[in-house]
Design a protein around this ligand. Structure first.
Ligand SMILES: *Cc1c(COP(=O)(O)O)cnc(C)c1O
Length: 394
């Protein structure tokens, strides 16, 4: 008889799986659109909701279900759903919970495409959004009465400001407002918002959960009644499902998530501290450098930002780097750099960066799994090459 230990740590849970068919350690990838029934009665029973087998992969798929079960264990949620992208998880959740006339309260400096979803799509359907400073509890408290949903991201994109999740969740509950948080930055390894009283957690699984920069995916975990509402009223009809292939990639990513995050944490802290002491750097935005007293984080990932003085030419600095590559996204194995001035000047859609005053001289770094000393030499050399003293001597 196999020993069923119920006190397993996260690291063990993520590596150990049930034995799959034929003793496989990795779950089979159910590459099928539909599942057939043994009999007419079996089909009737399933459609009535008396049984639970998969019917159609737009609604559920056994490979995806293994992933969802793991996410519930990790975040401490009752139910979970998987989507074709992080923004699909966010848009399905928001659109499924609001109706015309509702008001959303959202933290400023949120992920720019979340901002555009609220400003372009929600607004078109008569749903307004009030943006608040997530570090200002009074401002949040004043905004809550009468709102339908409070959308959080802690820490925020670009400036990495943290919110007091416990206090905010309590205020929202008292005002009967549903709370949703984007937990992509910390992952459940470093932050468990449901334990702080948050209702729903969304993830861009394209980042750390995938961990290999080879898939785009999203996840939602949390309150069972709210997720049931979404699955009965919204998600089947918006249809942004995750494929079995991609669920298998995310399960692969989860097995090494705690290990990878430890490495991102130590390397990014080393680099953030050195940048903080560099004469050309005017600010470093990393939640670990001056931890907020209200912090719900138990660790820090590899993504943070810094600002450089006017003497540094940002394009020359970026072009001088050999290891940090210019690119959007983050959370994979490779180090990346993203200057704010490029996203501020993005064509077309309204810019969250402009509207919230993200400093134009801000540069976002993602510290990957390379040796941190190699990464530091790369940054230090590029800063020196770009500084005016060096240019004068040249
Ligand atoms: C990337 C990202 C998203 C969007 O996820 P996609 O998988 O690209 O759709 C949402 N939130 C945060 C914080 C992100 O970094």
């Amino acid at each position: 008889m196999a020993n069923k230990d119920t006190r397993l740590s996260v690291d063990t849970l993520l590596v150990h799986d049930q034995r799959h068919s034929k003793g496989a350690v990795a779950p089979p990838i159910y590459q099928t659109s539909l599942f057939t029934f043994d009999s007419y009665q079996a089909m009737v029973d399933r459609f009535r909701g008396d049984t639970e087998e998969a019917v159609y992969s737009r609604i559920d798929n056994p490979t995806v279900s293994v992933l969802l079960e793991k996410m519930c264990q990790l975040e401490g949620g009752e139910k979970a759903l998987a989507f074709s992208s992080g923004i699909a998880a966010i848009s399905n959740t928001i659109l499924g919970l609001v109706k015309a006339g509702d008001r959303i309260v959202c933290v400023r400096h949120c992920y720019p495409d979340t901002y555009r979803l609220l400003q372009l799509i929600c607004a078109r359907f008569g749903v307004t959004t009030q943006f608040v400073d997530g570090t200002d509890l009074k401002e949040i408290e004043h905004a809550l009465p009468g709102a339908k949903l409070l959308y959080l991201e802690s820490p925020t994109t670009q400036l990495f400001e943290e919110q007091d999740l416990k206090k905010i969740a309590k205020l929202a509950r008292a005002a009967d407002v549903i709370t949703v948080i984007d937990n992509s930055w910390a992952t459940p390894i470093f932050q468990k918002p449901i334990e702080s009283g948050i209702d729903l957690v969304v993830h861009s699984a394209s980042k750390y959960i995938s961990g290999h920069s080879d898939t785009v995916a999203g996840l939602l975990v949390g309150n069972g009644a709210l997720i049931d509402k979404l699955t009965s009223e919204t998600t089947p009809y918006l249809g942004a499902k995750l494929s079995a292939q991609e669920a298998a990639l995310l399960l692969r990513g989860l097995r090494t998530l705690p290990l990878r995050l430890q490495r991102h944490q130590t390397s990014a802290l080393v680099i953030a501290k050195r940048l903080n002491e560099h004469p050309a750097v005017t600010a470093v935005h990393h939640p670990g450098l001056s931890p907020a007293p209200c912090s719900a984080l138990t660790g820090y990932g590899g993504l943070f930002s810094f600002e450089v003085d006017d003497l540094i030419d940002i394009p020359t600095f970026c072009n001088s780097l050999g290891l940090f590559r210019l690119g959007v996204s983050w959370g994979g194995y490779e180090s990346l750099i993203m200057p704010a001035e490029v996203s501020i000047n993005q064509a077309g859609a309204p810019s969250a960066a402009i509207d919230f005053g993200v400093p134009a001289r801000l540069i976002r770094l993602f510290v990957g799994l390379e040796d941190p000393e190699d990464l530091w030499r790369d940054l230090d050399t590029a800063l020196t090459l770009t500084s005016p003293a060096e240019t004068d001597n040249a």
